[in-house]
Write a protein that binds this ligand. Sequence first.
Ligand code: PLP
Ligand code: COI
Length: 341
Amino acid sequence: MEQPKIDWSNLSFGYMPTDVNVRCTYKNGEWGELRTTTDTHISIHMAATCLHYGQEAFEGLKAFMGKDGKIRVFRLDENAKRLQSSCRGIMMAEFPEDKFRDAVILAVRENRRFVPPYESGASLYLRPLLIGTSAQVGVKPASEYEFILFVTPVGPYFKGGFQTTPFVIMREYDRAAPLGTGIYKVGGNYAASLVAGDHAHRLGYSNIFYLDAKEKKYIDECGAANFFAIKGNTYVTPKSTSILPSITNKSLMQLAESMGMTVERRHIPVEELAEFDEAGACGTAAVISPIERIDDYDTKKSYVFSKDGKPGKVCEKLYNKLRAIQYGEEEDVYGWTTIIK
Ligand code: PLP
Ligand code: COI
């Protein structure tokens, strides 16, 4: 197997072509067989519902080359379930869990030369997506769907990887309505976050933390990751009807508990930021991105979590624990990883 010429240690979070992608078609009320293709394009009807009415959902998960030379995929069953939930949320045909698992295994196996080496600290990002493909002009769900899974090797999502960066709160933007689609991983949520994200970047921030859209009182999440904070021996993270249920956050909560910490999922008023010792953004792409400070653009207050620019001790401990399981350095007592044979 010829190794691709890639500077593994300096990868960013971007797209790079790999060998094959996996497809599956839903027609006449059922999903067909999985197939692989080298074609990176799709041909769909111009009236396909994904193009007009946003019938699109996606997932993000990672495969890691372990210290022992084995490839591990992290919590793929959780991603399979969340994709099904997103499908129900925007009335698309649900992709069966066992097919999802098979598609992940097939995609990683067929692209294994693109799994970054253990020493690089990079990983293979898997991007499954599902779209409505049949023609429709009335606002109705499609009758045909396409599932696609492509992979691409990636480095850190926020610049610098495990380094603190600044974030901002701005009340002029919302990402999702309280009873809207924020809990689903659908493309529309990300379209809704682009202007705010661009504004934050232009001001020098990594990203924006949205507040709850109804009361504008509580921290929700940022455009691509959940929020968590450390207060003494407590791990605190928002409870909200408009944020994505992050699999990374769910894992960190479990790890925090195993470390003897108390875990609280509840509303987090903006002013409480002043009481936190550490804070971070977490997600598959973000892993843990420790937060240097959060500036409140409207009140001009600044909440600082790291004065020396270094990540906090608890963030570091959680990060190391999570990575150790993902890279097979530590026993996976939770059964979170799937080894690709
Ligand atoms: N929140 C949003 C809006 C996201 O896009 C993501 C990324 O998937 C997350 C949170 C983190 O979720 P997970 O940890 O499952 O990747
Ligand atoms: C992920 O963490 O997998 C995401 O999907 C976040 C972002 C790249 C959209």
